[in-house]
Design a protein around this ligand. Structure first.
Ligand SMILES: Cc1cc2nc3c(=O)[nH]c(=O)nc-3n(C[C@H](O)[C@H](O)[C@H](O)COP(=O)(O)OP(=O)(O)OC[C@H]3O[C@@H](n4cnc5c(N)ncnc54)[C@H](O)[C@@H]3O)c2cc1C
Length: 405
């Protein structure tokens, strides 16, 4: 158990500075171009791979190997301060890696997590495929089916996944599918679909409101066959889980809390804080420069109080994120603290970026200035990895002990 401390250790401070320098010198200057192009920013991901920021080693060091839990949120805040679309292009594979690390056997983790990143010379991408056209928040209703072909020891996957980050362009797709749909969420399992597997293809690529440099697309699975060894966690564990779920169904036991995504929530919340901070800092500088009625606009309380509120809200959100990140490694959540951090950070990012537009006035509304992009990028943090309402639901259930609907 590590002590909770607001002081970052030396390694964390170095990582914070290293990521910030990359965000400032490489990511931020490229942000507008890739937002306009709405394409995956390969050259920037290559730069990130060259310095080791896009790598299995960095993923392992900042997430799996950090007892305090703070390194990853600290790094993500800096990267997403640079740009959220490019940030997600760099970090999207981390979601697939986290999915494998969360449910895979040690052998599967060793083999497949590095493959989500590849090497600096041969970059690979990962995609984590859960959502479907008719099952986003309601992840217990997945229609994608996984059927076991015992004779060949293979699983056969069929279905369509929606809104998948890196979907179709990834080398490694981690697919969550229903093995026994009657058991809802407890009848599901995750599978690795390796590079070059037949039957997996990209469907439509979405045109988005924000984070436009990140690739988001449908993934179509048409009789995709994967070996039995690619069922994450292994068959024995799955059979035990299914048997337990069937028993519980008979006895009417409650479905376990929606805890699957809780672990990654502080990391996603930290991304939102990076965007909020970028908007706040931009607006602060602007307010000192911009003059109206013979003085800098920041000399009006109406403006400086907005900035005071932004600074306070961003700090409050960051404290929730660091608490949740620490708890996720040190004893776990007791009151859905992961969801609290994500709920707060998403709201703060949307609100603070909107306030930044207000402070910049007409200029803030144009694409000449980055704050309108910050605002477009921020909105996704109320939606993915659990919407605002789903976070509220998780918190409401945790604090009430009831199955609030
Ligand atoms: C850019 C982008 C990237 C994404 N990346 C990935 C990815 O990599 N992998 C992946 O698997 N998914 C990904 N997603 C999907 C994302 O997680 C879902 O969009 C999200 O979970 C919401 O699901 P939905 O869109 O079906 O909305 P719905 O579930 O249909 O929700 C619609 C509205 O109803 C509300 N609502 C739903 N149920 C309840 C309830 N019980 N109580 C109160 N309100 C409720 C929601 O809060 C929301 O306001 C991504 C989405 C986007 C837009």
């Amino acid at each position: 158990m590590s002590e909770f401390s607001l002081t970052l250790n030396e390694d964390q401070q170095q990582i914070q500075k290293w990521v910030h320098d990359f965000a400032e010198s490489v990511v931020r200057p490229a942000a507008e171009e890739w937002d306009e192009k709405e394409e995956f920013p390969w050259p920037i991901v290559e730069e990130a791979a060259k310095i080791g920021l896009y790598s299995f080693d960095f993923f392992a060091q900042s997430s799996l190997g950090d007892p305090s839990g703070l390194t990853l949120p600290v790094a993500l805040e800096e990267l997403f301060w640079g740009d959220a679309g490019i940030g997600l292009a760099i970090f999207g594979s981390g979601l697939a890696a986290a999915g494998i690390a969360g449910t895979g056997t040690p052998e599967q983790v060793m083999e497949w997590v590095p493959q989500c990143f590849g090497t600096a010379d041969q970059i690979q991408l990962g995609a984590f495929c859960v959502s479907e056209p008719d099952a986003g928040s309601d992840v217990s209703s997945l229609k994608t089916r996984a059927v076991y072909d015992e004779a060949n020891d293979e699983w056969v996957l069929n279905g369509t996944k929606a809104w998948i980050t890196n979907g179709g362009i990834a080398d490694v797709h981690v697919v969550v599918a229903a093995v026994d749909p009657a058991l809802k969420g407890r009848g599901q399992a995750s599978f690795i679909v390796p590079p070059g597997t037949k039957g997996i293809s990209q469907g439509q690529k979405y045109k988005k409101h924000g984070i436009r440099a990140s690739h988001t697309a449908e993934v179509v699975l048409d009789d995709v066959r994967v070996p039995g060894s690619l069922l994450l966690g292994g068959k024995e564990k799955l059979d035990e889980k299914l048997a337990r779920a069937r028993d519980q169904q008979k006895t009417g036991a409650k479905q376990p809390a929606m805890a699957t995504f809780e672990a990654t929530r502080p990391a996603v919340a930290a991304m939102a804080i990076g965007i909020a901070r970028a908007a706040y800092e931009y607006a602060l500088d602007y307010a000192k420069e911009r003059r109206a009625f013979g003085k800098a606009i920041i000399e009006n309380q109406a403006i400086s109080f907005m900035l005071a509120d932004m600074a306070t809200e961003i700090d409050a959100a960051r404290l929730l994120v660091h608490r949740a990140a620490w708890l996720s490694r040190n004893g776990g959540y007791t009151n859905a603290e992961g969801s609290m951090s994500k709920l707060k950070a998403g709201r703060v990012a949307v609100w603070a970026t909107e306030r930044a537009i207000q402070i910049l006035g007409g200029y803030g509304y144009t694409r000449e200035y980055p704050v309108e992009r910050f605002h477009r990028d921020a909105k996704i943090y109320d939606i993915f990895e659990g919407t605002e309402q789903i976070q509220q639901l998780v918190i409401a259930r945790a604090i009430s002990g009831l199955r609030v609907e």
